[in-house]
Design a protein around this ligand. Sequence first.
Ligand SMILES: NC(=O)c1ccc[n+]([C@@H]2O[C@H](COP(=O)([O-])OP(=O)(O)OC[C@H]3O[C@@H](n4cnc5c(N)ncnc54)[C@H](O)[C@@H]3O)[C@@H](O)[C@H]2O)c1
Ligand SMILES: CCCCC[C@H](O)/C=C/C=C\C=C\C=C\[C@@H](O)[C@@H](O)CCCC(=O)O
Length: 257
Amino acid sequence: MALEGKTAVVTGAAMGIGKAMTEILLQNGAKVVLLDVNATAGESLKEALNKEYGQKTLFLNCDVESEEQLKAAFQKAADTFGRIDILCNNAGILNEATWEKTVSINLMGVIRGSYLALEHMNKMSGGQGGVIVNTASMAGIGPFLSCPVYTATKSGVVGFTRAMAAASVASGYGIRFNALCPGFVQTELMSNIVDRLGRFSHLTDATHKLVEKMGVLSVSEVAECLLELVTDETKNGEALVVFPKGKKYVTFSSLLQ
Ligand SMILES: NC(=O)c1ccc[n+]([C@@H]2O[C@H](COP(=O)([O-])OP(=O)(O)OC[C@H]3O[C@@H](n4cnc5c(N)ncnc54)[C@H](O)[C@@H]3O)[C@@H](O)[C@H]2O)c1
Ligand SMILES: CCCCC[C@H](O)/C=C/C=C\C=C\C=C\[C@@H](O)[C@@H](O)CCCC(=O)O
Protein backbone atom coordinates (compact mmCIF):
# COMPACT_ATOMS: atom_id res chain seq x y z
CA MET A 1 0.00 0.00 0.00
CA ALA A 2 1.46 3.34 -1.08
CA LEU A 3 0.66 6.00 1.50
CA GLU A 4 0.38 9.05 -0.79
CA GLY A 5 -3.24 10.20 -0.69
CA LYS A 6 -4.12 7.85 2.14
CA THR A 7 -5.52 8.90 5.53
CA ALA A 8 -4.52 7.26 8.80
CA VAL A 9 -6.10 7.50 12.26
CA VAL A 10 -3.73 6.89 15.19
CA THR A 11 -5.00 6.57 18.76
CA GLY A 12 -2.69 7.48 21.62
CA ALA A 13 -0.84 9.60 19.05
CA ALA A 14 0.34 12.45 21.28
CA MET A 15 3.32 10.67 22.83
CA GLY A 16 5.53 7.63 22.71
CA ILE A 17 4.95 4.91 20.14
CA GLY A 18 1.85 6.64 18.73
CA LYS A 19 3.81 9.81 18.08
CA ALA A 20 6.47 7.84 16.23
CA MET A 21 3.78 6.03 14.23
CA THR A 22 2.27 9.39 13.27
CA GLU A 23 5.64 10.75 12.15
CA ILE A 24 6.58 7.77 9.98
CA LEU A 25 3.15 7.76 8.32
CA LEU A 26 3.51 11.49 7.53
CA GLN A 27 7.07 10.97 6.29
CA ASN A 28 5.71 8.39 3.84
CA GLY A 29 2.99 10.65 2.46
CA ALA A 30 -0.12 9.88 4.50
CA LYS A 31 -2.40 12.39 6.19
CA VAL A 32 -2.81 11.56 9.87
CA VAL A 33 -5.62 12.18 12.36
CA LEU A 34 -4.20 12.12 15.87
CA LEU A 35 -6.53 10.98 18.66
CA ASP A 36 -5.51 11.31 22.31
CA VAL A 37 -6.85 12.28 25.75
CA ASN A 38 -3.82 14.51 26.28
CA ALA A 39 -5.04 17.64 24.51
CA THR A 40 -2.02 19.75 25.43
CA ALA A 41 0.48 17.29 23.99
CA GLY A 42 -1.75 16.50 21.04
CA GLU A 43 -2.35 20.09 19.97
CA SER A 44 1.31 20.95 20.42
CA LEU A 45 2.40 17.97 18.31
CA LYS A 46 -0.15 18.77 15.60
CA GLU A 47 1.18 22.34 15.32
CA ALA A 48 4.76 21.10 15.06
CA LEU A 49 3.89 18.45 12.48
CA ASN A 50 1.84 20.84 10.34
CA LYS A 51 4.84 23.20 10.26
CA GLU A 52 7.05 20.33 9.07
CA TYR A 53 4.70 18.48 6.71
CA GLY A 54 2.07 21.07 5.71
CA GLN A 55 -1.59 20.90 6.72
CA LYS A 56 -1.68 17.10 6.75
CA THR A 57 -2.69 16.45 10.35
CA LEU A 58 -5.72 16.93 12.54
CA PHE A 59 -5.74 16.47 16.33
CA LEU A 60 -8.93 15.43 18.09
CA ASN A 61 -9.25 15.14 21.85
CA CYS A 62 -10.71 11.63 22.08
CA ASP A 63 -10.92 9.00 24.82
CA VAL A 64 -10.99 5.48 23.38
CA GLU A 65 -13.13 4.45 26.37
CA SER A 66 -15.95 6.52 24.85
CA GLU A 67 -17.95 5.07 21.95
CA GLU A 68 -19.48 8.52 21.39
CA GLN A 69 -16.14 10.33 21.21
CA LEU A 70 -14.60 7.69 18.95
CA LYS A 71 -17.63 7.71 16.62
CA ALA A 72 -17.47 11.50 16.34
CA ALA A 73 -13.71 11.42 15.78
CA PHE A 74 -13.92 8.91 12.93
CA GLN A 75 -16.69 10.97 11.30
CA LYS A 76 -14.63 14.16 11.63
CA ALA A 77 -11.64 12.37 10.13
CA ALA A 78 -13.68 11.15 7.16
CA ASP A 79 -15.32 14.58 6.70
CA THR A 80 -11.98 16.39 6.85
CA PHE A 81 -9.82 14.16 4.64
CA GLY A 82 -12.51 12.34 2.66
CA ARG A 83 -11.49 8.81 3.61
CA ILE A 84 -9.99 6.52 6.26
CA ASP A 85 -7.54 3.92 4.93
CA ILE A 86 -5.42 3.08 7.97
CA LEU A 87 -6.23 2.73 11.66
CA CYS A 88 -3.57 2.28 14.35
CA ASN A 89 -5.31 1.25 17.57
CA ASN A 90 -2.35 2.18 19.72
CA ALA A 91 -3.71 3.89 22.87
CA GLY A 92 -2.94 1.86 25.95
CA ILE A 93 -1.99 1.99 29.60
CA LEU A 94 -0.34 -0.30 32.11
CA ASN A 95 -1.78 -0.21 35.63
CA GLU A 96 -2.55 -3.40 37.50
CA ALA A 97 -4.11 -1.36 40.33
CA THR A 98 -6.78 0.09 38.02
CA TRP A 99 -7.16 -3.12 36.07
CA GLU A 100 -10.71 -2.49 34.89
CA LYS A 101 -9.54 0.73 33.21
CA THR A 102 -6.63 -1.16 31.68
CA VAL A 103 -9.10 -3.63 30.14
CA SER A 104 -11.43 -0.82 29.00
CA ILE A 105 -8.63 1.04 27.20
CA ASN A 106 -6.27 -1.68 26.01
CA LEU A 107 -8.77 -4.29 24.82
CA MET A 108 -12.20 -2.71 24.63
CA GLY A 109 -10.74 0.45 23.07
CA VAL A 110 -9.18 -1.66 20.31
CA ILE A 111 -12.49 -3.44 19.68
CA ARG A 112 -14.44 -0.14 19.70
CA GLY A 113 -12.00 1.46 17.28
CA SER A 114 -11.94 -1.53 14.95
CA TYR A 115 -15.74 -1.78 14.77
CA LEU A 116 -16.21 1.96 14.22
CA ALA A 117 -13.52 2.01 11.54
CA LEU A 118 -15.34 -0.83 9.75
CA GLU A 119 -18.26 1.58 9.21
CA HIS A 120 -15.95 3.81 7.15
CA MET A 121 -13.51 1.29 5.62
CA ASN A 122 -15.57 -1.83 4.89
CA LYS A 123 -15.85 -2.53 1.15
CA MET A 124 -19.18 -4.28 1.78
CA SER A 125 -20.69 -0.98 2.93
CA GLY A 126 -19.16 1.41 0.43
CA GLY A 127 -15.73 1.77 1.95
CA GLN A 128 -12.42 1.40 0.16
CA GLY A 129 -10.84 -1.20 2.43
CA GLY A 130 -7.48 -0.65 4.08
CA VAL A 131 -5.50 -1.89 7.06
CA ILE A 132 -5.91 -1.89 10.83
CA VAL A 133 -2.84 -2.40 13.04
CA ASN A 134 -3.47 -3.06 16.72
CA THR A 135 -0.66 -2.37 19.15
CA ALA A 136 -0.38 -5.42 21.38
CA SER A 137 2.89 -6.32 23.12
CA MET A 138 5.31 -9.15 23.58
CA ALA A 139 3.20 -9.70 26.70
CA GLY A 140 0.43 -10.66 24.31
CA ILE A 141 2.51 -13.61 23.16
CA GLY A 142 4.17 -14.70 26.41
CA PRO A 143 2.84 -14.10 29.96
CA PHE A 144 4.37 -11.10 31.75
CA LEU A 145 4.50 -12.23 35.39
CA SER A 146 4.11 -8.81 37.06
CA CYS A 147 1.22 -7.64 34.83
CA PRO A 148 -1.38 -10.41 34.52
CA VAL A 149 -4.24 -8.10 33.48
CA TYR A 150 -2.05 -6.18 31.04
CA THR A 151 -1.00 -9.58 29.65
CA ALA A 152 -4.67 -10.56 29.35
CA THR A 153 -5.50 -7.36 27.43
CA LYS A 154 -2.63 -7.79 25.01
CA SER A 155 -3.32 -11.51 24.52
CA GLY A 156 -6.89 -10.46 23.78
CA VAL A 157 -5.70 -7.90 21.24
CA VAL A 158 -3.68 -10.58 19.44
CA GLY A 159 -6.60 -13.01 19.42
CA PHE A 160 -9.12 -10.37 18.34
CA THR A 161 -6.82 -9.17 15.56
CA ARG A 162 -6.24 -12.65 14.15
CA ALA A 163 -9.96 -13.47 14.29
CA MET A 164 -10.86 -10.18 12.58
CA ALA A 165 -8.30 -10.90 9.86
CA ALA A 166 -10.03 -14.20 9.13
CA ALA A 167 -13.50 -12.65 9.38
CA SER A 168 -12.45 -9.90 6.97
CA VAL A 169 -11.30 -12.37 4.33
CA ALA A 170 -14.46 -14.46 4.70
CA SER A 171 -16.72 -11.38 4.65
CA GLY A 172 -15.04 -9.45 1.83
CA TYR A 173 -14.31 -6.40 3.97
CA GLY A 174 -11.08 -5.66 2.08
CA ILE A 175 -9.38 -4.76 5.36
CA ARG A 176 -6.18 -6.35 6.66
CA PHE A 177 -5.77 -6.75 10.43
CA ASN A 178 -2.33 -7.14 12.05
CA ALA A 179 -0.95 -7.05 15.61
CA LEU A 180 2.26 -5.24 16.50
CA CYS A 181 3.97 -6.81 19.54
CA PRO A 182 6.92 -4.77 20.79
CA GLY A 183 9.13 -5.76 23.68
CA PHE A 184 10.16 -3.03 26.13
CA VAL A 185 10.14 0.45 24.51
CA GLN A 186 11.54 3.64 26.03
CA THR A 187 8.38 5.63 26.68
CA GLU A 188 6.39 7.11 29.57
CA LEU A 189 4.66 3.77 30.01
CA MET A 190 7.90 2.35 31.40
CA SER A 191 8.18 5.03 34.10
CA ASN A 192 7.31 4.46 37.78
CA ILE A 193 7.04 0.73 37.24
CA VAL A 194 6.49 -0.02 40.93
CA ASP A 195 3.37 2.16 40.95
CA ARG A 196 1.99 0.45 37.87
CA LEU A 197 2.22 -3.08 39.23
CA GLY A 198 -0.42 -2.69 41.96
CA ARG A 199 -0.69 -5.93 43.99
CA PHE A 200 2.34 -7.25 42.08
CA SER A 201 4.70 -4.42 43.07
CA HIS A 202 6.76 -7.02 44.96
CA LEU A 203 7.79 -8.24 41.49
CA THR A 204 9.40 -4.91 40.52
CA ASP A 205 12.92 -6.33 40.75
CA ALA A 206 11.95 -9.32 38.61
CA THR A 207 10.54 -6.88 36.06
CA HIS A 208 13.71 -4.81 36.00
CA LYS A 209 15.71 -8.02 35.51
CA LEU A 210 13.52 -8.91 32.52
CA VAL A 211 14.07 -5.44 31.06
CA GLU A 212 17.82 -5.87 31.45
CA LYS A 213 17.66 -9.31 29.85
CA MET A 214 15.50 -8.29 26.89
CA GLY A 215 16.81 -4.78 26.28
CA VAL A 216 14.85 -1.66 25.35
CA LEU A 217 13.67 -0.52 21.92
CA SER A 218 13.38 3.02 20.58
CA VAL A 219 10.00 4.23 19.38
CA SER A 220 11.48 4.61 15.88
CA GLU A 221 12.31 0.90 15.72
CA VAL A 222 8.69 0.12 16.52
CA ALA A 223 7.40 2.64 13.98
CA GLU A 224 9.46 1.00 11.22
CA CYS A 225 7.66 -2.27 11.95
CA LEU A 226 4.30 -0.51 11.86
CA LEU A 227 5.17 0.80 8.40
CA GLU A 228 5.91 -2.76 7.25
CA LEU A 229 2.55 -4.05 8.49
CA VAL A 230 0.73 -1.12 6.85
CA THR A 231 2.47 -1.17 3.46
CA ASP A 232 3.04 -4.91 2.87
CA GLU A 233 -0.28 -6.03 1.45
CA THR A 234 0.63 -9.70 1.97
CA LYS A 235 0.40 -9.18 5.75
CA ASN A 236 -2.98 -10.11 7.24
CA GLY A 237 -3.57 -11.87 10.56
CA GLU A 238 0.06 -11.47 11.55
CA ALA A 239 1.57 -10.88 14.99
CA LEU A 240 4.93 -9.17 14.55
CA VAL A 241 7.18 -9.33 17.63
CA VAL A 242 9.87 -6.64 17.82
CA PHE A 243 13.03 -7.07 19.92
CA PRO A 244 16.16 -4.90 20.16
CA LYS A 245 17.90 -7.69 18.23
CA GLY A 246 15.32 -7.80 15.45
CA LYS A 247 11.78 -8.83 14.65
CA LYS A 248 9.86 -12.10 14.17
CA TYR A 249 6.48 -13.02 12.74
CA VAL A 250 4.87 -15.39 15.24
CA THR A 251 3.90 -18.80 13.86
CA PHE A 252 0.73 -20.14 15.48
CA SER A 253 0.17 -23.90 15.28
CA SER A 254 -3.22 -24.95 13.94
CA LEU A 255 -5.39 -26.92 16.40
CA LEU A 256 -6.68 -29.00 13.46
CA GLN A 257 -3.29 -30.32 12.34
N1 LIG B 1 6.37 1.13 26.16
C1 LIG B 1 6.45 -0.19 26.05
O1 LIG B 1 7.35 -0.87 26.61
C2 LIG B 1 5.41 -0.91 25.24
C3 LIG B 1 5.73 -2.18 24.75
C4 LIG B 1 4.77 -2.89 24.02
C5 LIG B 1 3.54 -2.32 23.77
N2 LIG B 1 3.28 -1.09 24.24
C6 LIG B 1 1.96 -0.53 23.92
O2 LIG B 1 2.14 0.58 23.04
C7 LIG B 1 1.03 1.48 23.16
C8 LIG B 1 1.53 2.89 23.36
O3 LIG B 1 2.22 2.91 24.58
P1 LIG B 1 3.47 3.88 24.86
O4 LIG B 1 4.56 3.04 25.38
O5 LIG B 1 3.70 4.76 23.70
O6 LIG B 1 2.85 4.69 26.08
P2 LIG B 1 2.78 6.25 26.38
O7 LIG B 1 2.17 6.32 27.74
O8 LIG B 1 4.05 6.92 26.09
O9 LIG B 1 1.71 6.79 25.30
C9 LIG B 1 0.37 6.37 25.36
C10 LIG B 1 -0.50 7.44 24.73
O10 LIG B 1 -1.84 6.98 24.77
C11 LIG B 1 -2.66 8.01 25.30
N3 LIG B 1 -3.85 7.44 25.95
C12 LIG B 1 -3.89 6.79 27.14
N4 LIG B 1 -5.16 6.45 27.44
C13 LIG B 1 -5.93 6.90 26.40
C14 LIG B 1 -7.31 6.85 26.12
N5 LIG B 1 -8.18 6.30 26.99
N6 LIG B 1 -7.76 7.39 24.97
C15 LIG B 1 -6.88 7.96 24.10
N7 LIG B 1 -5.56 8.07 24.31
C16 LIG B 1 -5.09 7.52 25.46
C17 LIG B 1 -1.76 8.77 26.27
O11 LIG B 1 -2.27 10.07 26.53
C18 LIG B 1 -0.44 8.77 25.52
O12 LIG B 1 -0.35 9.86 24.64
C19 LIG B 1 0.19 0.93 24.32
O13 LIG B 1 -0.89 0.16 23.81
C20 LIG B 1 1.16 0.01 25.07
O14 LIG B 1 0.50 -1.01 25.78
C21 LIG B 1 4.16 -0.35 24.95
C1 LIG C 1 7.13 -2.51 33.13
C2 LIG C 1 7.13 -2.10 31.69
C3 LIG C 1 5.98 -2.73 31.01
C4 LIG C 1 6.08 -2.66 29.51
C5 LIG C 1 4.91 -3.37 28.90
C6 LIG C 1 5.19 -3.59 27.46
O1 LIG C 1 4.08 -4.10 26.78
C7 LIG C 1 6.38 -4.47 27.25
C8 LIG C 1 6.37 -5.77 27.47
C9 LIG C 1 7.68 -6.41 27.15
C10 LIG C 1 8.02 -7.62 27.38
C11 LIG C 1 7.16 -8.61 27.94
C12 LIG C 1 7.77 -9.81 28.02
C13 LIG C 1 7.05 -10.99 28.45
C14 LIG C 1 7.84 -12.07 28.51
C15 LIG C 1 7.24 -13.37 28.92
O2 LIG C 1 6.93 -14.15 27.81
C16 LIG C 1 8.24 -14.15 29.76
O3 LIG C 1 7.67 -15.37 30.04
C17 LIG C 1 9.53 -14.29 28.99
C18 LIG C 1 10.57 -14.96 29.86
C19 LIG C 1 11.93 -14.65 29.22
C20 LIG C 1 12.97 -15.50 29.87
O4 LIG C 1 13.09 -15.43 31.12
O5 LIG C 1 13.63 -16.26 29.14
